[in-house]
Write a protein that binds this ligand. Structure first.
Ligand SMILES: [Ca+2]
Ligand SMILES: [Ca+2]
Length: 386
C-alpha cells in the first residue's frame, strides 16, 4: 500500500508541478469519465455478481468484482445513511494525507492526558474539574480562557473549572503561541428517573453495578444532541452525531460517552493511517446504545455500548455504507475486518491504558463486516475463532 501511495503521490507532483502533457490530461479526464459511467452497477438478479468501484487514489480507480454482495442484500445491509461519515462526505479531506490533530502539550484531566486540538470532557452540573497543562518544552506561556463556568488558576499550570448549573455545551480554550486546544465541556442532563427524557427512551440501567464494578454503574448524566450540535467535532476526527443510538425518534437525542473511547479511537485511527490504510475517520455503525435499545436487540445485557465506551467501526472511504476491500483481494468479507482486528490487537497488547474489548463480526442480512472496540480497561476478545 505504501509503495502504491508513494508512486501515486509522485505522479500527482508531476501533474501539478510540470506542465501536464496532452496525453496525461486526456487520460485523467478519461478516468473521470470512466468513473462516472462505472458508477456502482449491480445486477438485479439475486446472487448475481456486483461490480464495486474501489477508489484507490484520487486519480486512480480500479474495478473489482465482489461476489458476496448482490444488490438486494446490500441494501438491507446499509443501515448507515450516506452522511454517516461526515468528515469524508464534507470534502474536508481532499488528499490522502492524514493529519493526527495533536498539539505539542497536553492537558491532564480526570487522570487522562489529552493532546488533541479538539478534546471533550463530560461533567455534571456544578462539577469541579481540576486540570494541569503539561509541556515538555517549557518555553512559552499558556493562555487559558473559559467563557462560562468559573475558572481559577491554582498554580502556574494548574487550573480549576467549576461547571455551570445549566446543562449544555461550554468551551475552554488553551493557547500556546500559535497552537490552540479547544476543550468542549459537556454539562450533562441528569438521568431521568422514569427512563424517558423529552420523549426519548433511555430505559433502565441495572441498579447495582456488576460485582460492585464501578464501570457498570449507571451514567451520571446524558449529553443532549440536537440538530444544532450533532455535527460538532468532539475530537479531531469524530463528530458528536456519529455516536447517537440508532433507535428511532427525532432530536433532541440523548447520549452517554466516555472520554477514553474517543482517545482510543483517535489513537487507533492514527496508527491505521501510519500503516498505510488511509482513512480520515472510522464509520461508526453503533456507538452509544440506550438500555431501551439494547434490550430490544436482544444483545448481551452488559454490552459496553450502554456505558459509552464502545463502538462498532469500519473503514468506508468509498461511502457505500460497507467496509472497504482493505486486503485488496476483490472481495469484501470477514477477512477485511480481520485485518483491522489483528492490527488493533497488535497495537493494544503493549499499551495497557488502551486495553479493552475487541470483537470480530462478519456480514449478515443487516450489516457488513465490522470490528467492535471498547475502552473498558481490561482485555476481552471474541469473534476471531467463530
Ligand atoms: Ca465501503
Ligand atoms: Ca477483501
Amino acid at each position: 500500500v505504501q509503495s502504491t501511495k508513494n508512486k501515486s503521490a509522485s505522479k500527482t507532483t508531476k501533474i501539478t508541478n510540470l506542465k501536464p502533457s496532452k496525453t496525461l490530461v486526456k487520460s485523467k479526464s478519461q478516468s473521470v469519465q470512466k468513473r462516472l459511467t462505472l458508477n456502482k452497477t449491480t445486477s438485479a438478479k439475486k446472487g448475481a455478481q456486483k461490480t464495486t468501484k474501489v477508489k484507490l487514489h484520487k486519480a486512480v480507480t480500479k474495478v473489482v468484482t465482489a461476489k458476496k454482495y448482490s444488490k438486494p442484500n446490500l441494501e438491507k445491509r446499509i443501515r448507515q445513511p450516506a452522511s454517516a461519515n461526515p468528515l469524508v462526505s464534507s470534502g474536508r479531506f481532499l488528499t490522502n494525507v492524514f493529519e493526527p490533530g495533536r498539539v505539542s502539550f497536553h492537558l491532564l484531566a480526570k487522570d487522562m492526558p489529552f493532546a488533541y486540538r479538539v478534546t471533550s470532557l463530560y461533567v455534571k452540573p456544578q462539577e469541579v474539574i481540576d486540570f494541569s497543562i503539561v509541556d515538555a518544552n517549557n518555553g512559552q506561556s499558556f493562555k487559558v480562557q473559559a467563557k462560562a463556568g468559573k475558572l481559577a488558576r491554582l498554580a502556574e499550570k494548574d487550573y480549576r473549572w467549576t461547571a455551570p448549573n445549566q446543562s449544555g455545551t461550554y468551551r475552554l480554550d488553551i493557547t500556546k503561541g500559535s497552537e490552540r486546544m479547544q476543550v468542549n465541556l459537556f454539562v450533562l442532563k441528569p438521568m431521568p428517573k422514569n427512563g424517558v427524557i423529552n420523549q426519548y427512551s433511555i430505559g433502565r440501567y441495572p441498579e447495582a453495578a456488576k460485582d460492585g464494578d464501578p464501570r457498570y454503574l449507571p451514567p451520571t448524566g446524558l449529553i443532549e444532541v440536537t440538530e444544532a450540535n450533532k455535527d460538532m467535532l468532539i475530537s479531531p476526527h469524530f463528530r458528536l452525531g456519529q455516536f447517537v443510538c440508532k433507535q428511532e425518534g427525532g432530536y433532541p437525542k440523548y447520549l452517554y460517552l466516555q472520554e477514553r473511547l474517543l482517545m482510543k479511537l483517535e489513537w487507533l485511527l492514527a496508527e491505521v493511517n501510519r500503516r498505510g490504510y488511509f482513512s480520515p475517520s472510522f464509520s461508526v455503525m453503533s456507538g452509544y446504545r440506550t438500555p431501551f435499545y439494547n434490550n430490544r436487540l436482544n444483545n448481551v445485557s452488559l454490552s459496553r455500548h450502554q456505558w459509552g465506551d464502545a463502538a462498532d467501526i469500519f473503514i468506508d472511504n468509498d461511502q457505500d455504507g460497507v467496509l472497504d476491500d482493505l486486503n485488496k483481494d476483490g472481495r469484501i468479507d470477514k477477512a477485511d475486518a480481520q485485518l483491522l482486528y489483528e492490527l488493533f490487537e497488535q497495537l493494544e497488547e503493549p499499551n495497557p491504558t488502551m486495553h479493552g474489548g475487541l470483537g470480530l463480526y462478519e456480514a449478515n442480512a443487516f450489516h457488513g463486516p465490522f470490528v467492535h472496540v471498547d475502552a473498558r480497561g481490561t482485555q476481552a476478545r471474541w469473534g476471531m475463532n467463530d
